[in-house]
Design a binder for this molecule. Structure first.
Ligand code: IMP
Ligand code: MG
Length: 188
């Protein structure tokens, strides 16, 4: 899908994303140069999908992959519920170095919940990688260890981010057209 009627403005192009993902992969490989067991990447579904895949393919080191599904938005444009873990890891991460891979950090509530949950599994270390960071929206005491881009406080779509489960497969990150979304919502 090249673009969509609900896209108002592209703020990060496909090329910018791919270049930044390559930089992050190099930085993170260098950081974990001397670990003994393969790094565990934990993708937070569903938004992480394109970033997780592109990042993993550029990461030139051994890694294992795990996924979790945390529900925090319920398809709306604002977080309406407390984050809930709906789907947990399959594998054991005890004693392992793990990197949580997120699409975006907004309030930080999802991550606080996740990190508390993962700590109980006694990994050796937990770091956080996010493609996008809405730093101005943070209310919870948590920061990413690595982020791709700082983004303004708008409702964003594309490259994993959805509006009601669509638009995740746009290759760029864009500001959604909230006027059009509201008009659609008033119709239904
Ligand atoms: P937080 O708990 O407020 O940090 O919310 C994080 C989660 O909300 C992310 O993992 C996304 O799934 C979702 N989210 C936050 N901002 C946006 C956005 O602008 N568009 C789509 N999803 C978003
Ligand atoms: Mg998410």
């Amino acid at each position: 899908m090249k673009t969509h009627d609900l896209v108002k403005e592209i703020i990060i192009s496909e090329e910018q994303i791919q270049n930044r993902v390559a930089e992050l992969a190099t930085e993170i490989r260098n950081y974990y140069q001397s670990i003994e067991q393969p790094l565990v990447l934990i993708g937070i579904l569903r938004g992480c999908l394109p970033f997780f895949s592109d990042f993993m393919m550029k990461l030139d080191m051994e890694c294992a992959v795990e996924f979790m599904y945390v529900e925090s938005y319920a398809g709306q444009t604002e977080a309406v519920i407390e984050p809930r873990i709906k789907f947990d890891l399959f594998g054991d991460i005890k004693g392992r170095d793990v990197v949580v891979v997120e699409d975006i950090i907004d309030s930080g509530k999802t991550l606080v919940k996740l990190v508390d949950h993962l700590k109980q599994k006694q990994p050796k270390s937990i770091k956080i990688l996010t493609l996008l960071d809405k730093k101005s929206k943070r209310t919870a005491p948590i920061e990413a260890d690595w982020f791709g881009f700082e983004v303004p406080d708008h409702f964003l779509v594309g490259y994993g981010l959805d509006y009601q489960e669509i638009l995740r497969n746009l290759p760029f990150v864009a500001i959604a057209d909230l006027d059009k979304i509201k008009a659609l919502e008033n119709k239904s």
